[in-house]
Write a protein that binds this ligand. Structure first.
Ligand SMILES: Cc1cc2nc3c(=O)[nH]c(=O)nc-3n(C[C@H](O)[C@H](O)[C@H](O)COP(=O)(O)OP(=O)(O)OC[C@H]3O[C@@H](n4cnc5c(N)ncnc54)[C@H](O)[C@@H]3O)c2cc1C
Ligand SMILES: NC(=O)c1ccc[n+]([C@@H]2O[C@H](COP(=O)([O-])OP(=O)(O)OC[C@H]3O[C@@H](n4cnc5c(N)ncnc54)[C@H](O)[C@@H]3O)[C@@H](O)[C@H]2O)c1
Length: 458
């Protein structure tokens, strides 16, 4: 016997619960299947615990700098990692509980706990239960990628999940991968007192960004005592009497880093390998991401994919926007498309990197005539007052249309200030519009009109 619903959602991550609210609100009966924790990656092992820990690490750093600000701290400064972790877990548990209560309050929603697998295109099995629906929405997310690196099976490594169970600060944390996860954890644990080495295969950190961004981030991290090893080919691991050997075939530096702990931060893989997609006929790409069109529909009518599992975004806000696109098109007669999304994101190092749109490199490659403006944070009053002047702000515009193509604010409050540019780009207005704004003094954002006023041919 199977139970029939109007819609089934697999995964209670960043898109599933909101879609359940909209569908049930529209009168549909909906089953939402979750095999693990409500809230998915962001709430449980991603954004929320990491940003809570980043906040603890920032306090540690600020206390170290207290004397520079004329603040006298008496006694020893130490890190109570279990307490910092407990703070992160509390933030997670509160959010998870809120989602659970919210789902529990939805009329016409049936929450099923377990792992869902397709039997047919309209049928799923969850343990002994079989459910069917004419509409199925995948929101299955992803997990840490663990490549077949030599020796990886012989060592105890950490991922973004297991690192949250640490109760002592590692003596020496080697982090493989110098992108979002690697850099946020590197600075955090350095500020907690660990020796930290980042091992990155490419020639520079966070290599998707412009070279000036990568270089400045590296300088910021190195100034705090983090060792960065780039061009690290042939990474291999071996158990050593004094720790874990991370073999690094770089052009310079020691060929082996001996670490007490190793964090793998080399990307994600989608949770599509055990979903029975072959029984539904749903197409995936060579990395396992569900192939979707511009409306997030798969090749099988009646099946959509949202969030990290479709490979069209890798952020909480892109997963949520996927839900918005699907809900608008299905329920509100909308014509929303993923391709019209202007992507913004932030890297939560301190100072953070706020980004929107194209990098300067991408803009140059587009062949458009460009205007570029760049300003160091040493010339931003608010940053000077706070004595946090690392980084710069940069904006790139189309010289013909006067539309901003992209921007980066690597500096204090860059994750917030970037929204001025993000909003302007979404409003599809020329950069001159910003020049007539009257921003608040003293803020980091108040420099945006000055920045665009300095735009010059590239
Ligand atoms: C350490 C870290 C830090 C991050 N920080 C940020 C950040 O600061 N900002 C940001 O925007 N993004 C951040 N991200 C990325 C962000 O967490 C993800 O982009 C986001 O969570 C994706 O949401 P999702 O809904 O696609 O999937 P998920 O949140 O992963 O949810 C998928 C859900 O589906 C469930 N599931 C999977 N398969 C099945 C199945 N077969 N049956 C039933 N249930 C299933 C899973 O248990 C999970 O609950 C971070 C990620 C990590 C790892
Ligand atoms: N602030 C945020 O929004 C935030 C924070 C954390 C994570 N995330 C999301 O989580 C996802 C995963 O982050 P991530 O940093 O693990 O992955 P990533 O894909 O962004 O970067 C992986 C890094 O590992 C390097 N690498 C790959 N194989 C390697 C190898 N064998 N040896 C050495 N280096 C190697 C890559 O060159 C790259 O720099 C990202 O897609 C990101 O969107 C976002």
């Amino acid at each position: 016997m199977s139970r029939r619903f109007d819609a089934i959602i697999i995964g209670a991550g960043q898109a599933g619960p909101s879609l359940a609210a909209r569908l049930t609100g529209a009168g549909m009966t909906v089953a939402l299947v979750e095999r693990h924790f409500f809230g998915g990656t962001c709430v449980n092992t991603g954004c929320m615990p990491t940003k809570t820990l980043v906040a603890s690490a920032r306090v540690a750093h600020q206390v170290q700098r207290a004397a520079e600000y004329g603040v006298v701290v008496h006694g020893d400064i130490g890190i109570d990692l279990p307490r910092a972790m407990a703070r992160a877990h509390k933030v997670t548990e509160t959010s998870r509980g809120n989602i659970e209560r919210w789902l529990g309050s939805m009329e016409r929603l049936t929450v099923l706990r377990g792992h869902a697998r397709f039997g047919r295109a309209d049928t799923l099995r969850i343990d002994d239960e079989v459910i069917t629906a004419p509409r199925i929405f995948l929101n299955v997310g992803g997990r840490a990628l663990v490549p077949e690196m030599p020796g990886v099976g012989a060592i105890d490594y950490l991922t973004n999940t297991s690192i949250l169970q640490l109760d002592v600060v590692p003596k020496h944390l080697a982090i493989v991968g110098g992108s979002y996860i690697g850099l946020e954890y590197a600075q955090m644990f350095r500020r907690f007192g660990a020796e930290v080495t980042i091992v990155e295969r490419l020639p520079r950190l966070i290599a998707r960004e412009d070279e000036d961004v990568s270089t400045t981030i590296r300088e910021i991290l190195e100034a705090e005592g983090i060792t960065v090893r780039t061009n690290a080919e042939c990474i291999a691991f071996a158990a050593r009497p004094n720790g874990i050997g991370v073999q690094v075939d770089c052009t310079s530096g020691s060929p082996e880093v001996i670490a007490s702990h190793v964090l793998l931060a080399v990307g994600r893989r989608p949770n599509t390998d055990d979903l029975g997609l072959e029984h539904a006929g749903v197409t995936t790409d060579q990395h396992g991401y569900v192939v979707v069109d511009d409306t997030l529909a798969t090749n099988v009518p009646g099946i959509w994919a949202m969030g990290d599992c479709n490979g069209r975004g890798a952020f909480t806000h892109t997963a949520y926007n996927d839900y918005e696109i699907i809900a608008a098109n299905l329920l509100d007669g909308g014509q929303r498309r993923v391709s019209s999304r202007i992507l913004g994101y932030a890297l939560y190092t301190d100072p953070p990197l706020g980004r929107v749109g194209m990098t300067e490199t991408q803009a140059r490659a587009s062949g458009k005539p460009l205007l570029v403006s760049k300003r160091p944070m040493t010339r931003v009053g608010r940053a000077v007052e706070r004595d946090e002047t690392q980084g710069f702000m940069k904006v790139v515009a189309d010289a013909e249309t006067h539309r901003i193509l992209g921007a980066a604010i690597l500096g204090v409050s860059g994750d917030e200030a970037i929204h001025g540019v993000l909003d302007l780009m979404n409003a599809d207005q020329p950069y001159e519009t910003l020049q007539w704004a009257v921003p608040i003094h003293p803020t980091v954002s108040e420099l945006l009109p000055t920045l665009v006023g300095d735009l010059k041919p590239a």
